[in-house]
Design a protein around this ligand. Structure first.
Ligand code: NAG
Ligand code: NAG
Ligand code: NAG
Length: 813
């Protein structure tokens, strides 16, 4: 069809233009395609063409058309590209001449090239990149490259399409220079967080048939804008931490994310709350959100912590979250022991279950760590009782005794049940106060002390001592002399006891001859209330001193008396003239008497028995011997120093009494008057002497027998007082207590002559002791109990040794 229309045009040219012909062909015809039958159109014979050497003449480069002279047609020689040939120019035609020779003829041929849609619109670049911030506002325009279609006319670029159209719309505008501005306009904001890269395809479509198109890829990189706030992964975090964890321990990590990119997503963590002290306990790493300890976590102070965190990006967007940290208890608190009330002193007679101390225990830990048990370590008479939780009372468990333990250190230890267990202890010092529960106790069960007689009054004899186990006043011992009597006299007149020291003093001077021993009780009493006491028996033994000289009983020494012995001139050698009888009231050695002849008229005539005092003749008496012989006999005791007494014995050496009288005229003034008297005297003397010696023999026999049975008697009981000298009454008359009158004859004045005198009557004791060292005898008369019934009655002691009578008697009425 195309071809026919072209043909039509050719004919048209032939008709009007001599030698001018025109053809129209589409571009891109195949090689050898027929352009036009030129011979026919020009009315030429093929012969002419051949003869005329018809040829194509052209100035243009390239030969697209060739002439086939044989057929008389124009053929396409080269591919004809209109776009290459004419670019955008229209119409596009090839102009050439056909030249003939013989004759010369030429014909102008125009071959018009018709465009076909053989070019698609093309973009300069297949891809175009944009970086658009997500913050770009709608309406923002972005210039795109326009496409080019080499075809012309209808085949030229017709329109653009942009896909997808989510965010952008296409806007094509003819600009001033006649070109088209292809722009895309942001219609919906971008979101990098949703779509980081957007790919769009811009399609340029031409109007040809078939339609052709070119595409360009538009790659949009969405640039980040800080349009997103950080977001914590959890709104509430939970963590646990054990108390006392070291500083720096990471407790938890809070994490926030920011959808933005780069610096826009850089999150800084911080602690938001300023509550209490929490802030000094925790810190958060501002970069990684690690929450760590910077302070001490103390369960006892706070069991949970609530911390608010803030995450912020550079743009000032923030988010917050909360971290709840639970603190776990660790047994880090010792039990605390509080003494609620306490007595420092408790009486030793306190009853059982007396509360001494109350304590309260507190352990700030919880659970097992806070369960506390208390106990006492030592074995003390106290126990810990618990009443209610954490209250303990220390009570007495057994009886107390200050004397055994006066002080207790009680250590109360309390430990909790944590692992490891913690404990604390407190020491209570408890004094036991004294109660007067101990009586004084004497060091000995009885005391015996010796004192030598004739002591000075006030002399301290010895000391009794009692101890009291109690304390202070309760142990202050006072010594008290207990009332009793010694021989009817209050003991206080004998001794006194110093209340403080227990020293026993003699109140008086003791006389062994009066009292040999006595005993009394001393009471020791403490100062308690009521006081306790005990007593002890004290026995005082008085020791003898040689304080008494021997007493000569016979012969009696009376001033100027003419007592004498008669020795008949016929007396043989060894004739017993007389016997000096002496006693010593002392005892023992102090009473051992010895007799010696001190002076004598004729020393060769008499001797005195050393032990027995017997005066005997030692030679035959002669007529030449003096009638009147005077002997001085000394009696000594064996004491240290010894004491002595002398006695003068007058001995008449005569055969008759008258002879004696004549000799004795000088000293017997009342010879006439006493004539009878002297006779009776001598008679009585003889009788008495006989009786006396008889008695002595009897008594000695008895005593020897007894003595053999008990030899001890000699040493222990020898100091019996054999005799008390006349008028030897109480030397301590001041006290008025003892009125011992010892005599060999005591009679009341009222009826002394007629009194009923008996020899050795009841109430007096006659003791005859045989001296074991000699055969001599000696009589000792002890008259211990001669205390007169009426001490105040006047007494007269009368000695009778007259009218040739010698009486040794004791009268007691
Ligand atoms: C017109 O558009 C073309 C291509 O699109 C461009 O190169 C040219 O600068 C534009 N002229 C004006 C005045 O915008
Ligand atoms: C009790 O403790 C005190 C002070 O430590 C000490 O002086 C005293 O001797 C102790 N008493 C006893 C009975 O241990
Ligand atoms: C002396 O002590 C004894 C027991 O040792 C007691 O029986 C007696 O009653 C006491 N005497 C006095 C007077 O207290």
């Amino acid at each position: 069809m195309e071809e026919q229309s072209l043909l039509f045009f050719s004919l048209l040219f032939i008709g009007c233009v001599f030698g001018q012909i025109s053809y129209t062909i589409p571009e891109e015809m195949a090689k050898g395609s027929l352009v036009g039958n030129i011979a026919q159109d020009l009315g030429l014979q093929n012969k002419r063409l051949a003869s005329g050497k018809a040829r194509i003449y052209t100035r243009e480069t390239g030969e697209y058309i060739e002439l086939n002279r044989d057929r008389g047609v124009l053929l396409v020689k080269e591919r004809i590209d209109r776009e290459a040939l004419c670019r955008q120019t229209t119409p596009c035609a090839l102009h050439f001449q056909i030249i003939l020779e013989n004759p010369m003829e030429f014909y102008t041929v125009t071959v018009q090239i018709i465009d076909i849609n053989d070019n698609a619109p093309t973009f300069k670049r297949s891809e175009i990149n944009f970086k658009i911030s997500e913050s770009a506002i709608t309406g923002a325009k972005f210039l795109l490259a326009s496409a080019v279609d080499l075809d012309v006319g209808i085949n030229d670029l017709k329109r653009y399409e942009l896909k997808p159209t989510d965010n952008f719309a296409l806007k094509v505008q003819n600009n001033a220079s006649g070109n088209q501005n292809v722009e895309m306009v942001l219609q919906k904001p971008l979101d990098r967080e949703k779509e980081e890269q957007i790919s769009l395809v811009l399609t340029a479509v031409d109007g040809g048939e078939p339609q052709m198109s070119g595409t360009m890829l538009i790659v949009i990189t969405v640039l980040d804008a800080n349009d997103n706030a950080p977001v914590f992964t959890q709104s509430t975090y939970k963590a646990t931490v054990t108390e006392n964890s070291p500083k720096g321990t990471v407790v938890a990590t809070v994490t926030a994310t920011d959808a933005d990119l780069g610096t826009n997503s850089k999150i800084t963590y911080s602690i938001a709350n300023t509550l209490k002290n929490d802030i000094v306990v925790f810190e958060v790493n501002d970069e990684n959100g690690k929450v760590s300890l910077i302070g001490n976590v103390d369960f006892e102070e706070s069991r949970t912590y609530q911390i608010n965190f803030l995450a912020s990006d550079d743009g000032g967007f923030t988010d917050s979250c909360e971290l709840i940290v639970e603190v776990q208890d660790v047994n880090d608190n010792k039990p605390e022991i509080n003494i609620m009330s306490k007595s420092n002193v408790i009486s030793e007679d306190a009853k059982l279950n007396t509360v001494v101390t109350m304590i309260n225990i507190e352990d700030r830990d919880s659970g097992e760590n806070g369960k506390v048990q208390c106990f006492i370590s030592e074995t003390v008479p106290f126990i810990l009782q618990t009443s209610t939780n954490n209250f303990y009372s220390l009570v007495t468990d057994s009886e107390l005794d200050r004397e055994r333990a006066s002080e207790y250190n009680i250590t109360v230890t309390c430990s909790d049940e944590g692992v490891p267990s913690l404990s604390s202890s407190v020491t209570l010092t408890l004094q036991i106060s004294d109660v007067n529960d101990n009586a004084p106790v004497f060091e000995r069960s009885s005391y015996e002390a010796y004192i030598v007689e004739n002591n000075t009054p006030g002399l301290s004899i010895f000391t009794v001592k009692a101890r009291d186990a109690d304390w202070n006043q309760n142990a202050r011992v006072s010594y008290i002399l207990e009332d009793s009597s010694v021989n009817g006299v209050p003991v206080s007149s004998y001794v006194s006891v110093s209340a403080d020291s227990g020293v026993i003093h003699a109140v008086r001077s003791f006389d062994y001859e009066q009292i040999k021993d006595f005993h009394f009780r001393v009471k020791a009493q403490d100062g308690g209330s009521p006081p306790l006491s005990s007593n002890v028996t004290v026995k005082i033994l008085i020791q003898d001193q040689n304080d008494n000289p021997p007493q000569v009983l016979y012969p009696l020494q009376t001033g100027g008396s003419m007592v004498g012995e008669m020795v008949p001139r016929s007396a043989d050698v060894g004739y017993l003239v007389s016997k000096v009888v002496a006693v010593d009231v002392d005892s023992g050695q102090n009473a051992w008497l010895s007799y010696k002849l001190q002076k004598a008229t004729d020393r060769a005539l008499f001797e005195v028995g050393l032990q027995n005092g017997e005066i005997r003749t030692i030679r035959q008496v002669t007529d030449k011997d003096h009638v009147n012989q005077k002997l001085t006999v000394i009696v000594e005791d064996n004491g240290q120093p010894s004491r002595s007494a002398t006695v003068i014995v007058n001995v008449a050496v005569a055969d008759s009494f008258s002879e004696v009288l004549s000799e004795f005229t000088d000293f017997s003034q009342d010879k006439e008057y006493n004539g009878n008297l002297t006779f009776y005297l001598v008679l009585a003397l003889a009788v008495v002497s006989f009786l006396f010696i008889t008695c002595l023999v009897v008594i000695i026999s008895v005593k020897i027998y007894r003595w053999r049975q008990s030899r001890v008697l000699y040493h222990s009981n020898l100091p019996v007082i054999p005799y008390y000298p006349p008028r030897y009454s109480d030397t301590l008359g001041g006290t008025g207590t003892l009125q011992h009158v010892y005599n060999y004859e005591v009679c009341r004045t009222t009826d002394s002559r007629k009194s009923d005198c008996k020899f050795g009557r009841a109430g007096s004791q006659n003791v005859l002791i045989m001296d074991p060292s000699s055969t001599g005898t000696m009589q000792r008369i002890q008259s211990e109990k001669s205390i007169l019934d009426e001490p105040d009655s006047p007494l007269e002691v009368r000695k009778h040794f007259s009218q040739s009578q010698f009486t040794v008697s004791v009268c007691d009425h």
